[in-house]
Design a protein around this ligand. Structure first.
Ligand SMILES: [Fe+2]
Length: 136
């Protein structure tokens, strides 16, 4: 079964381009699954089912992260950008990295493992903002 979504004829694409397409399509599917489980858990009124759905969401996050790592290892620019932003390694403000400053004037995000971090705190435009995702 062929994958949909190619924009060029398959016979014009290298093996590496086809594999990257597979990875990108897989990442899209994993991210979509994360959203589905998040929404279902958020709307669910049964505590046990909510926990099951959140467990599934977390498994999809693991899958998405593994695909992102494969992409990083197979594309030099992804590798360079992930290293520049250090998104998985620090709590630096995202917008600060983009502007080349690495910092902003507002309070830092909570360290990983803190109660605020467990609730899904992240920086948005130089300020910490709470995502609606429940703790996991
Ligand atoms: Fe998955």
């Amino acid at each position: 079964m062929a994958s949909d979504g190619y924009h060029e004829s398959l016979n014009r694409l290298t093996k590496d381009a086809r594999n990257m397409h597979r990875a990108i399509v897989s990442l899209k599917e994993e991210l979509e699954a994360i959203d589905w489980y998040q929404e279902r858990a958020d709307a669910c009124s049964d505590r046990l089912l909510k926990d099951v759905l959140l467990q599934y969401r977390n498994e999809e996050i693991e899958h998405a992260t593994a695909v992102m790592e494969w992409i990083r290892r197979h594309d030099g620019h992804f590798d360079a950008m992930m290293r520049a932003y250090q998104l998985m390694l620090t709590e630096q403000p995202i917008t600060g990295v983009e502007k080349g400053t690495g910092t902003s004037g507002s309070a830092p995000c909570p360290p990983r493992g803190s109660a605020s971090a467990a609730r899904g705190s992240d920086r948005v435009d130089g300020a910490c903002a709470e995502r609606v995702a429940p703790s996991c």
